[in-house]
Design a protein around this ligand. Structure first.
Ligand code: G6P
Length: 615
């Protein structure tokens, strides 16, 4: 949570910082702030609200000149979102300025100690405590900024990605990382700093991703200096060449990133299996699995850990792995798993699923599993992310940047990759005949075109959205493979439209939710031909007789459900285990249109953040 951005070099820092903050707003948007240093004056502007509010305020209130700048977009942890609690924060002398993404857990005791030494605090934040701790250490021990940052960080407990400058050292920014991401863009005698590479991609393709417990001194005219925070050991920067391009992180004619990302799914799914699925040769090639095949084949069970939408992809994977590869699977919320003293052995394989690769709870679950000797495999979208680096092996989804806070293409590409893994293991274990394996591979290759077809229902879905946009509640029902899709559909609706929605296994309806059904209740039922169709039809009848409004997602050409439902949305027919890749599409579009019609901020829903780097 929180996005940080910084610049030092020969360009005007202000536009770089503002554009960078706009790209990082997915990480939090409770408040925003910017600081510019023009060699003499520190010009600081902060405001509750979004980056657009910051632009209005900063243009009228401060000089935006300067070749050194820092910016921050906040997801509030300590202190309510207001102007004072916004970053950047200054030290008491006004010499040091800091931006911070993360949490300093022992800030209260440090604050008390600093107060005893005469420090005062304007905000309720842990960050203001940190910058004053750096100042205190710097003054007391007469240290340079880099050393003072290092000494101070050795006294704090928590997570951070920070950038600090000293107005007496106008050619230098010091950055450090533990637990929160920090990328450094390396230009020609200029440095960029950001929570991910999107703020600087149009200026440089060269980036260094700091590792945990590393800090760097970025001084103009000098190469990056990297150090380990704990023992001061010198580290050597690994300068990566980024593949990201600007087009991928812009809206490209769509009204919202979410809609763009929904429409990108045919291409994203194809990119996920490209080079891995070789249907004509009857092969699935995945280096991360090939190199550790024995671990998977000898596993007692697979434990899947994830949060949010990624957890729903994990649930779909449970069905796929057990059904196809006959390997027992447990799916866990990372936040529960890490704290409940789970039984983990060396015979377990843990699969961690994460779009961002930065989710704090998922990272902690990985650490725990590794300590207990399990083999840990990551499924991430963001290349080079913390989870990608923390796992023994893994596979990227290659969905491209997902910027809308509500996850869409990440979900379908996660399912795609997990399906590939399950198919590969099923084949290796001899659970599949050649012909069945081949049938699956061929059908998987057909999925992008079928998703394209499913997207054609968009105008119809817009009409349905108009009918139900004012509902207060909504139920989502599905069975088998489509139960997790029902959960995901409900999550999408509540996330972006703020309508209360619940996903249920269709048969569980009778054990509670049925009491809620009346003529005002819309119920989205996933009733595709394959997968307990007759049973779902019975559920639809039960809803009908209680006057619920039925929106059914059905297989093309369906007759039976059409007769009962108020609205039907068709998706192409496919193999049962692949249906989630199609049935998810109309549910994404439905929540999108309802949210737009209700005037909600689709890409930045209230209180949420895309990357949850605090537990
Ligand atoms: C947040 C996001 C969700 C996401 C979840 C897990 O809640 O808003 O869209 O599914 O985190 O994130 P991850 O990056 O680990 O998949």
């Amino acid at each position: 949570m929180c996005g940080i951005v910084g610049y030092i070099g020969h360009r005007d820092a202000y536009p770089i910082i503002i554009k960078g903050l706009q790209r990082l707003e997915y990480r939090g948007y409770d408040s925003a702030g910017v600081v510019l240093f023009d060699g003499e004056n520190v010009n600081l502007c902060k405001t509750k609200g979004k980056v657009e509010d910051l632009v209005l305020k900063s243009k009228s209130e401060i000089s935006t000149n300067g070749h050194l700048g820092l910016g921050h977009t906040r997801w509030a942890t300590h202190g309510i979102p207001n102007d004072v609690n916004s970053h950047p924060h200054c030290s008491n002398s006004g010499d040091l300025v800091i931006i911070h993404n993360g949490i300093i857990e022992n800030y209260a005791s440090i604050k008390t100690a600093l107060e005893e030494r005469g420090y005062t605090f304007e905000s309720d934040t842990d960050t203001e405590v940190l910058v004053n701790l750096i100042e205190e250490v710097k003054k007391k021990e007469n240290l340079k900024l880099g050393k003072a940052v290092q000494v101070a960080l050795n006294q704090v407990v928590g997570a951070y990605a920070i950038a600090v400058f000293d107005k007496n050292k106008p050619d230098e920014i010091v950055v450090a990382k533990l637990g929160s991401p920090l990328a450094i863009g390396v230009g020609d005698n200029e440095y960029f700093i950001a929570s991910d590479a999107s703020p600087f991609i149009e200026y440089t393709n060269n980036a260094v991703y700091l590792e945990d417990e590393e800090m760097a001194i970025l001084r103009l005219g000098k190469e990056i200096k990297l150090r380990k925070i704990k023992d001061d050991a010198i580290a050597y920067p690994n300068i990566l060449e980024l593949q990201l391009n600007l087009e991928e992180i812009e809206k490209g004619g769509y009204d919202h990133f979410m809609l763009k990302e929904i429409y990108e799914q045919p291409r994203a799914i194809l990119d996920t299996y490209r080079g891995r699925l070789l249907a004509d040769q009857g092969i699935i090639r995945m280096a991360g699995i090939d190199q550790h095949l024995e671990k998977f084949l000898n596993a007692n069970r697979i434990i899947i850990v994830a949060c949010g939408t990624s957890w729903h992809a994990g649930l779909v994977a449970e069905y796929i792995f057990e059904d196809l590869a006959r390997i027992p699977v447990e799916v866990e919320y990372a936040s529960e798993f890490r704290y409940r003293n789970p039984v983990i052995t060396e015979k377990d394989v843990l699969i961690a699923i994460s779009q961002s690769g930065e989710t704090a709870d998922t990272l902690a679950a990985i650490k725990l599993a590794k300590e207990k000797g399990a083999f840990v495999f990551g499924v991430c979208n963001v290349v080079g992310s913390s989870i990608a680096r923390a796992t023994h092996a893994g596979a990227y989804t290659h969905a491209g940047p997902e910027i809308g806070v509500a996850s869409t293409k990440a979900f379908t590409t996660q399912i795609t990759i997990l399906t590939l893994i399950a198919l590969k293991l099923a084949k290796e274990k001899g659970e599949f005949s050649e012909s069945k394996f081949h049938e699956f591979l061929t059908e998987l290759e057909n999925i992008p075109a079928k998703v394209e077809k499913a997207l054609e229902s968009n105008p119809l879905i817009e009409i349905i959205a108009d009918v139900y946009k004012d509902s207060s509640n909504c139920l989502y029902l599905g069975r088998g493979y489509n139960f997790p899709v029902a959960l995901e559909g409900a999550l999408k609706l509540k996330e972006i439209s703020y309508i209360h929605a619940e996903g249920y296994p269709a048969a569980e309806m009778k054990h509670g939710p049925i009491a809620l059904i009346d003529e005002h209740m819309p119920i989205v039922v996933i009733a595709t031909k394959k997968g307990h169709y007759e049973k779902v039809v019975s559920n639809v009848q039960e809803i009908k007789s209680r006057k619920g409004k039925i929106i059914a997602v059905v297989t093309e050409g369906d007759v039976q459900v059409r007769e009962l439902a108020d609205h039907v949305i068709e998706v192409p027919e496919t193999i049962e285990s692949l249906t989630p890749l199609l049935t998810t599409i109309p549910l994404q579009l439905l929540s999108y249109h309802i949210a737009v019609m209700r005037g909600c901020n689709v890409d930045q829903p209230r209180n949420l953040a895309k990357s949850v780097t605090v537990e």
